[in-house]
Design a protein around this ligand. Sequence first.
Ligand SMILES: C[S@@+](CC[C@H](N)C(=O)[O-])C[C@H]1O[C@@H](n2cnc3c(N)ncnc32)[C@H](O)[C@@H]1O
Length: 257
Amino acid sequence: MSRSPPPEFSPLRSAILAQALGSILAGALVQLVWPKLWAAPFAVALLQGACAALASYKLEAPPWWRAIHLAFAPLVVAASTLALDPGWYLAAFVTLLLIFWRTDKSRVPLYLSNALTADTVAGLLPSYPCHVIDLGCGNGSLLRRLALARPDCEFLGIEHAPLPWLWARLASWPLGNVHIRYGDFWSLHLGLFAVTYAFLSPAPMSRLWQKACAEAAEGSLLVSNGFAVPGVAPTETIDVADRRATRLYLYRPAPGK
Ligand SMILES: C[S@@+](CC[C@H](N)C(=O)[O-])C[C@H]1O[C@@H](n2cnc3c(N)ncnc32)[C@H](O)[C@@H]1O
């Protein structure tokens, strides 16, 4: 099992550093050992990729970064032979940015809860009418399924990535009990909600737990899809019978916990 990077780990800084170190090392090797290799850009790119992957390993970045560093420069060199209009690269970059936004900062990419998980969460909602929030609601599909199952409850989704937010907003329009807000969930108080749902990543779980304990209403439920709070025993775990083997971690946050 791979180790989680430390909480202060910055993927963007680490990636830039690994690429820079890889370039310096590969450049020095070619210059000092085999200058004729400069005539073969793809071979130089492969060497740079190997050096960047090594640097990433030394910087203790998560293991999948090594494959990314290994492939990055060779793919850039290969793509430059395609003679594509640079506008396509810009368009692809902007589209990915609008979908994933600052994943390098939040360390929470976009992936969606499936229908079986939503149905399981629906079964966890209190029997009385209540407020439910999805922190980082993506395209809002989970909330819409919950809202159809429980028309007596109010559902709020908050999302900071522009395209998923727009999608969630437009798709949820017909449902009167789903509200989609653009913004950062860290600045939203959790006191109103009987159930807080989060499908994030390991990185923010400790901070989320502190926030929930400080703000959540007494008796409220925190449901985390896939990621446990480090060092805190869940009150219950539920295994969803889906192909992804989703596990839900249930917590009862309270002040002082
Ligand atoms: C793994 S997806 C889960 C989407 C949805 N909750 C679901 O279960 O289908 C996590 C989402 O959280 C969003 N996100 C991450 N950090 C956020 C923040 N601080 N404020 C708002 N949204 C955030 C991401 O953009 C992403 O869309």
